[in-house]
Design a protein around this ligand. Structure first.
Ligand code: MG
Length: 261
């Protein structure tokens, strides 16, 4: 027969085991608790407590291989970096690959536009959180749509793949596995300034792998790490940048259709 002490010890052990199991199930928290509050939101920049978007795993992007319309500016057709300045990225097999030579910027300045591009996270998974497949599509060199391997890789919500970095997570995480080609189809409306004054903030719609993840969202300002986004007056057109964050992310089939405003 069990003594009272044995029963008590059993209960204590069971409770401890349940606590360990619950802990293992808990998602690790990544992010910050000491950063400023994002204006108009209840979250801090890179808030560790901001909920992660729901995960949906599409089969493949329906816009893979989308052909540029006749009036498009073809920025990369798989052959060379003639349209780009900056880093000397590796070009092979129809794609360009980041190689730690620095970010690249289009020679042609671009403002409001529709943009199509394809990217793939490194097939060999290395690092975690912001250290895995990090790059970025930095429109006008100021407004970043994050590129990250967010396939089963937890990071702060406003820094995951397809986030408006430091401002908004995507509405849904539709990231494909490392090595698979993914798409961004972006409609961007540049901010408008009169003198030093912001007349109209930038707006953006982003489709990631064919799924709308930002629907005509107002951009809060230029990208910043751990800081608040801010606007400063700039030209109506500026080079589009792709970020070299040291991870061998690949890009291909990049084209833009300029919009009036
Ligand atoms: Mg980035």
């Amino acid at each position: 027969m069990k003594t009272q002490l044995q029963a008590l010890l059993g209960a204590v052990l069971l409770t401890a085991l349940m606590a360990v199991a619950a802990d293992e199930k808990k998602q690790p928290k990544v992010g910050y608790t000491d950063t400023p509050l994002i204006p108009g939101q209840k979250w801090r920049v890179h808030d560790a407590d901001r909920p992660q978007p729901k995960v949906a795993k599409p089969e493949a992007s329906p816009t893979l291989g989308a052909k540029p319309p006749k009036d498009a500016v073809v920025l990369f057709d798989g052959t060379d970096l003639a349209q780009w300045a900056g880093g000397k990225w590796k070009v092979e097999n129809g794609y360009m690959e980041i190689n730690k030579t620095g970010g690249v910027s289009t020679k042609e300045p671009l403002g409001s536009m529709q943009l199509h591009l394809e990217f793939a996270s490194p097939k060999e998974v290395k690092g975690d959180s912001q250290g895995r497949g990090n790059s970025g599509v930095i429109i006008m060199g100021k407004y970043e749509v994050q590129v990250l391997d967010s396939y089963e890789n937890v990071t702060y919500a406003d820094g995951q793949c397809a986030s408006l970095y430091g401002q908004y997570p995507p509405d849904v995480n539709v990231s494909l596995p490392p090595g698979e080609w993914q798409t961004y189809d972006i409609e961007f409306h540049a901010p408008q300034f009169s003198g030093d004054k912001l007349e109209k903030p930038a707006r953006i719609t982003v489709k990631h792998n064919g799924v709308v993840v930002h629907n005509d969202r107002e951009i809060l300002g230029a990208v910043s790490h751990r800081g608040l986004p801010k606007y400063a007056p700039h030209a109506a057109k500026l080079p589009l940048q792709l970020q070299d964050h040291g991870n061998p992310v690949r890009y291909r089939n990049i084209w833009a259709v300029p919009l009036a405003n």
